[in-house]
Design a protein. Structure first.
Length: 303
């Protein structure tokens, strides 16, 4: 299981491109495989990764994730193609639906039939990334266009898929899935079997399964888990995440966070690998410099 770092916590409060670039540089120097950013708030994730790339040579950059509804797939294809060229072919494009409370509640856009939306989105996005042309007319999305592509390979596309229909669509049409607050039992019993069967049925390679969870090495796991519960409470209320927590038998996201001693965290990461996760994107969660340093040291030793 490849280990990377999710730097999305840097997007809160007063986000800084310099801070993101320095964080990515340290991640690369520490030998991690990848660096991930969410599309969250005022900072554009793809632009931030392009800015960081010169300071962090050799590692993969990924978006975790860009919501699809606010960007037509032709626009995202252009952005992703440009970013892929700028980072030297190291981009993985993670996309997702977001949530009805955001798309309908905050943006005023329709959230009707989200699986249909993603199916039509991928039907436009992938041909544009791979061939530079598409001719598609769906129920909600249309694209008739052709453009020259720069040299180099297209970015792989991961979809934040949790439910059975989305996982089957992702297995057939994308390169894998990227998860957040999904525990090992759910990955082993639900995520991996569903997406893998769909990929195999479509004649596609085995999909990537990128697991993302908060991680903290600490001598006081109960206190840290309590902080995590409060910080991540919203994810226990959003329907798609709630369904995954229920599958796991978890009361809230704090229950699936990987928190404890070095041995406990090592065991938690091993459980993810055994469940079938191909990658882990760690969101380092710490109360002080000591916990932060111990967490990074443990992750670095495994990377």
């Amino acid at each position: 299981m490849r280990i990377g770092i999710n730097g999305s916590a840097l997007l809160q409060l007063r986000p800084s491109l310099e801070a993101i670039a320095d964080h990515a540089r340290q991640v690369a120097e520490d030998g991690f495989a990848s660096y991930w950013l969410a599309q969250s708030g005022a900072i554009d994730a793809l632009t931030a990764l392009v800015f960081a790339a010169p300071r962090a040579p050799g590692i993969e950059f990924g978006t975790a994730v860009i919501p699809t509804y606010p960007r037509h797939p032709t626009a995202l294809a252009s952005q992703a193609t440009t970013a892929q060229a700028a980072v030297g072919g190291r981009l993985t494009l993670g996309i997702g639906l977001s949530h009805e409370s955001v798309i309908r509640g905050q943006l005023g856009l329709s959230f009707e039939k989200p699986v249909r939306h993603m199916r039509e989105y991928l039907a436009i996005l992938r041909p544009l990334l791979e061939q530079g042309k598409v001719s598609f007319r769906g129920e909600t999305l249309t694209a008739e266009t052709e453009r020259a592509l720069p040299e180099g390979k297209p970015p792989p596309v991961l979809v934040a898929a949790l439910g059975p229909q989305m996982l089957r669509l992702t297995g057939r049409e994308a390169d894998g899935t990227i998860l957040w607050v999904v525990g090992p039992r759910t990955i082993r019993e639900h995520i991996v079997p569903t997406i893998s069967a769909a990929a195999e049925g479509a004649g596609r390679p085995a999909p990537r399964v990128v697991a993302g969870l908060p991680v903290c090495v600490t001598d006081d796991p109960d206190a840290v888990r309590d902080v995590a519960r409060r910080a991540l409470a919203i994810y226990g209320q959003l329907p798609s995440y709630r369904a995954m927590l229920d599958r796991e038998g978890a009361a809230d996201p704090g229950d699936v966070a990987i928190i404890g001693s070095e041995d406990a965290v090592r065991e938690g990461l091993g459980a993810l690998a055994d469940a079938g996760a191909t990658d882990f994107a760690a969101l380092e969660f710490a109360r002080d410099d000591e916990e932060r340093a111990r967490t990074r040291a443990l992750l670095r030793s495994l990377a």
